[in-house]
Design a protein around this ligand. Structure first.
Ligand SMILES: Cc1ncc(COP(=O)(O)O)c(C=O)c1O
Length: 361
């Protein structure tokens, strides 16, 4: 018997996730390992979310609420939008695939930047889309160059704002110029996974552009809200776009504990502001230490920093791992001169710097 996958599947270079902490401990015989590799919230989950989940856990014999009824209501109220403008996903990741399923036929064009969040390209490749890749300029999205690539066959343009792994953002005027005059057939997928951390005045709120554009704005409970393990994200768009995405969504895609946790986390303003503060202060510390070491980095509006340590960056990441500090080796992005570190708790940031100094100084 011979297995025949779809042609597009043969072209996929799978996404390589970081190693689990427990596995690193076991392999290296270490007691104390810290993970600063996946842009998670180092403060743990929102305490309100944990309480809500504990109360609900006895009901997980039931299927989840298929339409995320209560979560939908809570998010709609918070964002001052209509419930029918929302779609929920198993992480905001899932919304990438739903967008492709709903709007992109095999061979249709999509536009992605490089290097950016890898899942746009991975999912588009698996889907069989024709991918146009536009290089970043100075670690930033080059929206002018991306717009030059748009034509009537362009179904989706993926933009991460802010971007991962660069940590940079597209400013309001750049986004507005980009959106102006796009073909009606083109949908802009605006991924705002890290929007909660951005404090810059000229950072645009994607929701303000929904009325006049074919735009899907996605957000997540994985980062600032500390619920990465529960996998809850959402997309906001106009009801017509949402209707088509709903048509290709699995009925129970968001688990019940995720829904319960997300509703509680949304109300946990105290945790959100603590998380933002930890990131703000952690970045300040890391910047000043990196500067003192002579290590170059890309100033970030997110909860992670891209650090340039030259051709030995991958090796340095491996040596940090052996010391129990997991950072992101940027090899799979083709960025051999860089590593990416997620801002941790104060003690974690200090330990990372201490170990890095031992290696590079
Ligand atoms: C830019 C970007 N978008 C989306 C995601 C996916 O987040 P999730 O699926 O956990 O909501 C990530 C995760 O790292 C990300 O960096």
């Amino acid at each position: 018997m011979s297995i025949i996958p779809r042609k597009a599947v043969l072209n996929v270079k799978p996404y390589l996730p970081g190693k689990p902490i427990e596995e690193v401990k076991r392999e290296l015989g270490l007691q104390d390992v810290i993970k600063m590799a996946s842009n998670e919230n180092p403060l743990g989950p929102s305490p309100k979310a944990m309480d809500a989940i504990k109360k609900y856990v006895g009901s997980i014999n039931r299927y989840p609420e298929g339409g995320c009824f209560y979560l939908r209501g809570a998010v709609a109220k918070r964002l001052k939008i209509k419930p029918e403008q929302l779609i929920f996903g198993n992480g905001s990741d899932e919304l990438i695939g739903l967008t492709l399923k709903a709007f992109v036929n095999e061979g249709d064009e999509v536009i992605v930047a490089k290097p950016t969040f890898l899942m746009y390209e991975v999912a588009s490749t698996a889907h069989g889309a024709k991918i146009k890749v536009v290089p970043m300029r100075y670690f930033k999205y080059d929206l002018r160059a991306m717009k030059d690539e748009v034509n009537k066959n362009t179904r989706v343009v993926f933009i991460a704002n802010p971007d991962n792994p660069n940590g940079t953002y597209v400013a309001r005027h750049e986004l507005e110029n980009f959106l102006k005059g796009l073909p009606e057939e083109t949908i802009v997928f605006l991924d705002e996974a890290y929007c909660d951390f951005v404090e810059e005045q000229d950072y645009p709120n994607g929701l303000e552009y929904l009325r006049e554009n074919n735009l899907i704005v996605t957000r997540t409970f994985s980062k600032a809200y500390g619920l990465a393990g529960l996998r809850v994200g959402y997309g906001v768009s106009n009801p017509e776009i949402i209707k088509y995405m709903e048509a290709v969504r699995d009925p129970f895609n968001v688990n019940s504990l995720g829904q319960i946790g997300a509703i509680a986390a949304l109300k946990d303003k105290d945790f959100l502001s603590k998380s933002k503060k930890a990131v703000r202060e952690g970045k300040k510390f890391l910047y000043s230490e990196l500067k003192a070491m002579g290590a170059r980095y890309v100033p970030s509006v997110t909860n992670f920093i891209l650090i340039e340590l030259g051709p030995k960056s991958g090796e340095i990441a491996e040596r940090l791992l052996k010391k129990g500090v997991i950072v992101r080796n940027m090899k799979s992005w083709g960025m051999e001169n860089f590593m990416r570190v997620t801002v941790g708790k104060e003690a974690e940031n200090k330990r990372f710097i201490r170990e890095l100094k031992k290696i590079i100084l």
